[in-house]
Write a protein that binds this ligand. Structure first.
Ligand SMILES: Cc1cc2nc3c(=O)[nH]c(=O)nc-3n(C[C@H](O)[C@H](O)[C@H](O)COP(=O)(O)O)c2cc1C
Length: 308
């Protein structure tokens, strides 16, 4: 039986729906010796900002029950450094190449979109409007009108698919999803990390070194929250959705798919094993074979919630 795991949405053609989440590989180049990237759908880069960022003071990672907190603070070489040292090789990765960008102003996002949005080999841009670990990082992702204006500005500067990555740290994620779509988003990815904190009460100090003392929670602990966010957004907008949050195995992937995800991203799982996306892709093929699912995309959004 041939299993078709392929998915095409928003102008992207993926061999399977498994993507690497931003910030959990660098650009994919460093993972290539450990994971055969020709077996996954694609890689999303660490967020690139206009200027280089050193990130937050250490410690920047803290393991929690069922997950981890991070406060990396968007450490990256900046647009010039990325263009000089990484871009060329990144565009030759043997899977879809999605460049994640972040900024503090509309101008930053517009400049980055303009600069990278037509580069041969960059298959899509993902706008990170949702980083909880930098001052101002969440601003766009929490204000609907500003988000619409930001996405509209970027939309006018590239022909490539524009994916907007949403934060769950809002009262109503649906409102933000609708705002991104109103601005011209081709797809939405959700969720980024949940704001969280760990403390050492004896030292009376936060465990993370960020100026706020807080970080972003990811991993299996957030999966039920992420599924609920995706399901709510699925019923409110019609653009394709990319599910993110605590995915570790093929069953997790299926849960996001039936809730309406066209593709998924794995993040924290890569810290336990950088080859996790490759293994999950293989496991997904085996699962479909076992379950008699020949065309995976037919299950997207197939969840039924019985009405009382
Ligand atoms: C160490 C670390 C760094 C991250 N850096 C970024 C980033 O630069 N840009 C971004 O959009 N998301 C970033 N994220 C968020 C992930 O892409 C993802 O949305 C989140 O971790 C939830 O998925 P997971 O539970 O599979 O890890 C980061 C996550 C972690 C754990």
């Amino acid at each position: 039986m041939t299993i078709d795991l392929g998915c095409s949405f928003a102008g992207l053609n993926l061999r399977n729906p498994i993507l690497v989440a931003s910030g959990t590989y660098g650009s994919g180049l460093e993972a290539a010796p450990l994971a055969d990237l020709s077996r996954i759908g694609g890689v999303v880069t660490k967020s690139v900002t206009t200027k280089a960022r050193r990130g937050n003071p250490a410690p920047r990672i803290y393991e929690t029950n069922g997950g981890m907190l991070n406060s990396i603070g968007l450490m990256n070489p900046g647009a010039d450094g990325f263009a000089a040292k990484v871009l060329q090789e990144f565009t030759h990765l043997p899977c879809a190449r999605i460049l994640n960008i972040a900024g503090e102003s509309v101008d930053d996002f517009a400049t980055l979109t303009q600069r990278f949005g037509a580069v041969e080999g960059v298959d899509a841009l993902e706008l990170n409007v949702s980083c909880p670990n930098v001052s101002g990082g969440l601003d766009f992702g929490t204000r609907p009108a500003e988000l619409t204006a930001l996405v509209r500005e970027c939309r006018g500067r590239t022909q490539r698919p524009l994916i907007v990555k949403l934060t769950p740290n809002v009262t109503d994620i649906v409102e933000l999803a609708q705002a991104a779509v109103a601005g011209g988003a081709d797809a939405l990815s959700l969720v980024n990390t949940y704001q969280g904190m760990a403390v050492d009460w004896r030292r009376k100090r936060p465990e993370l070194g960020s100026p706020s003392g807080m970080g972003g929670l990811s991993g299996p602990a957030i999966k039920p929250l992420a599924l609920a966010a995706l399901w709510r957004v699925r019923r409110a907008v019609s653009v394709p959705l990319i599910g993110i949050g605590g995915i570790r195995n093929a069953d997790d992937v299926m849960e996001f798919i039936v809730c309406g995800a066209s593709a998924v991203q794995l993040g924290t799982a890569n810290f336990a094993d950088p080859a996790a996306p490759v293994q999950v892709a293989a496991a997904l093929d085996a699962l479909c074979r076992r379950e008699g699912i020949s065309v995976l995309r037919e299950l997207v959004g197939s969840l039924q919630v019985p009405r009382a």
